[in-house]
Design a binder for this molecule. Sequence first.
Ligand code: BDR
Ligand code: CA
Length: 320
Amino acid sequence: MAEKIKVIMDCDPGIDDALAMAYAAANSDTLDILAVTSVSGNQSIQKVTRNALDLTEFYGLDVPVAEGAPAPLVREPQFAAEIHGNTGLGDCELPRSSRVPEQENAVLFLYKILSQLPENEQAVLVPTGPLTNIALLLKTFPEVKSKIREIVFMGGAAKGGNVTPAAEFNIYVDPEAAKIVCDCGVPLVMCGLDVTTKCFLTRNQIAKLCQSNNPVAKICGDMAGFYISQPYNKYKGTVNVHDAVPFMYLIHPEIFTGENAKINVDCSEGVSRGSTLCDFRWWNYEENEINAFVLEDAMTEKFQEYLISAIYELGESKKS
Ligand code: BDR
Ligand code: CA
């Protein structure tokens, strides 16, 4: 049997972070989730940490949760309450977990976990929120890079944005952190809007989840249902499950296509703040200057099939 991929999820749950965590938890035969760390993003650090604790317990994920940065590196926090609701998880009321976060903050905790990995072993970082914790980790403990196989992150876009015409939310919120990560030399896979907008659930699929008596399906359906009531999603009749994409890429790379690129993050104050300029002209660069594999396309139906079946499977295992 192939060895499991060791992963650490750094997230700001967040409705799609919550669905992504369900997908990851259901795939515990392939993924070894070492820890979940929280970061200010969709909601305040207190709320997203609370959600991370409640979600891990609800999904039966017995992993440590460490609380991370309360704000971006240099900018003021900016939340997405209009998309994810006041709690960060729409109208959903998850059972309140009695779990508490680790004593160490996320950056120290990440360092500890990574540096304690056995020789010759590495982990994959999967950030699905602003890149603040990861940037702090790389700057404070650069020696830890050798323990990171790759960073597969949700964020950015080669074309267009969602929070502005040029920028995607996770990068827009903390562009300085994104720049540090993009320039750090660890192999990157960018799961940006180019691919995540191909990875959606439809109104009918969400309605079926909501009607189910499978506990995980019902919660995931309710959360996605809140998401679909937002103007952009309502108009399209679909919900992009952005944050599930990096996990799905790790398990099913065959459903994705992409290209190598040199990503430059715009940290200016101008209209392109937070954009990820992807230069695909590889011939202009030395090999070590190409910093990322940028996902561009996905097989939508496969994504839907794998995500939905994982959600049901996780719920079945909870019932038994
Ligand atoms: C990203 O922004 C957040 O609102 C979502 O959770 C996702 O990580 C999409 O732009
Ligand atoms: Ca997120």
